[in-house]
Design a protein around this ligand. Structure first.
Ligand code: KG4
Ligand code: ZN
Length: 347
């Protein structure tokens, strides 16, 4: 018999994971912590509206889900009949979008007679760090995770794969939402975060300054920065209609510096307060180039180990749902046909 002990691709259960919480339809196949395929279909339909239109998102999920699951199975080189369990996103997210993934997962689990597990999308963003990666070592528990996405901004102390302690969060807009709204004000497309990141590369981050939020403790606020940008645009375009065109890279670089600087200050405070030695970042905004470099810099300065995920595991993807699903199944958790999607999760 072949020795499979040291090859993580040959151990663990074969799981199909489905993610449909917002505007990306994704399916992945994992064997234990090893990702065999991870397919993500984005939805261009929202770009012209400057934000996700929930009804259009759920319709696009319905169109995409079967081809995306097919692509994930064929990418992994496995038959659907080999699948041993199904994981799906229970929430948080858009109700219509979540319903498509959850209903599909339930019907498939029923027809294949395999167990299924419901996954918290935000916890899955964090657990993406445990995906097997020959080039990276996973964070050691307890670690601090800055989770920054389009809908959430949280500082979480991760005690174990199943125990998460929320230390602080935004009181208004999420960091990704602030980027998206700023991009909209600047006449850029959606999602705005990657566009601001791109234009910022050619700009001077010290050219403009924005309101610095005064929120005590580890909670955060981004709406003041956003209003401060709006006021600047309104004031300057009053005298120069070309203001945005002339200063776009500087506006992007300065706004990005304000958001990232604030995130870093709060994260640093949380690390010092908790005495954690491992620092991780998760969620779509962790794709931001300045945030990635600043986290690395601050970690080096303090002697902490920074964990920055691969780009494909930063934004929404089903591989992270599969990773979280494996851990929940190992802990004995199961969903059943009565499990319902939850636009807001209880923590
Ligand atoms: O985690 P995610 O893919 O979806 C949610 O669960 O919300 O995060 C999406 C968010 C969007 O607000 C998007 O603008 C932001 O992540 N984002 C970025 C970058 N890439 C994605 N924000 C700043 N810089 C980026 N490079
Ligand atoms: Zn997300």
């Amino acid at each position: 018999m072949a020795n499979v002990g040291n090859n993580p691709a040959s151990i663990g259960r074969l799981i199909l994971a489905i993610e449909s919480s917002c505007d990306d339809t994704s399916a992945a196949v994992l064997r234990g912590p090893v990702v065999l395929s991870n397919i993500v279909a984005g939805q261009q339909v929202h770009a012209r509206y400057g934000g996700v239109v929930p009804e259009l998102a759920s319709r696009a999920h319905q169109e995409n889900i079967v081809p995306v699951v097919h692509a994930a199975l064929s990418g992994a080189g496995v038959s659907i009949h080999a699948i041993e369990a199904i994981a799906f996103t229970q929430g948080p997210g858009l109700m219509g979008s979540l319903l498509v993934g959850a209903s599909f997962a339930k019907a498939l689990a029923l027809s294949l007679s395999v167990p299924m597990v419901a996954v918290d999308h935000m916890q899955a963003h964090i657990l993406a760090h445990l995906i097997h990666d020959p080039d990276r070592t996973p964070p050691q528990f307890p670690f601090l995770c800055l989770t920054v996405s389009g809908g959430h901004t949280q500082l979480v102390l991760v005690h174990s794969a199943l125990r998460f302690e929320l230390l602080g969060q935004t009181l208004d807009d999420a960091a990704g939402e602030a980027f998206d709204k700023a991009a909209k004000m600047l006449g850029l497309g959606y999602p705005g975060g990657p566009l601001i990141d791109r234009y910022a590369k050619d700009g001077d981050p010290t050219r403009f300054t924005f309101a610095r939020p005064q929120v005590p403790g580890l909670d955060m606020s981004f709406s003041g920065m956003k209003s401060s940008l709006l006021q600047l645009i309104q004031k300057e375009t009053g005298t120069d209609a070309q203001f945005i065109e002339k200063h776009l890279p500087h506006l992007c670089a300065s706004f990005q510096r304000a958001v990232v600087g604030y995130l870093i200050r709060k994260t640093e405070a949380a690390m010092v307060q908790t005495h954690a030695m491992h620092l991780a970042v998760a969620g779509g905004v962790s794709a931001n180039s300045l945030l990635r470099s600043e986290l690395g810099r601050v970690a080096e300065q303090h002697g902490w180990t920074a964990h920055i995920p691969r780009f494909e595991y930063c934004t929404d993807n089903a591989a992270m749902i599969g990773m979280a699903g494996q851990l929940l199944l190992d802990a004995g958790q199961r969903a059943d046909q009565r499990t319902v999607p939850m636009p807001r999760m209880p923590w």
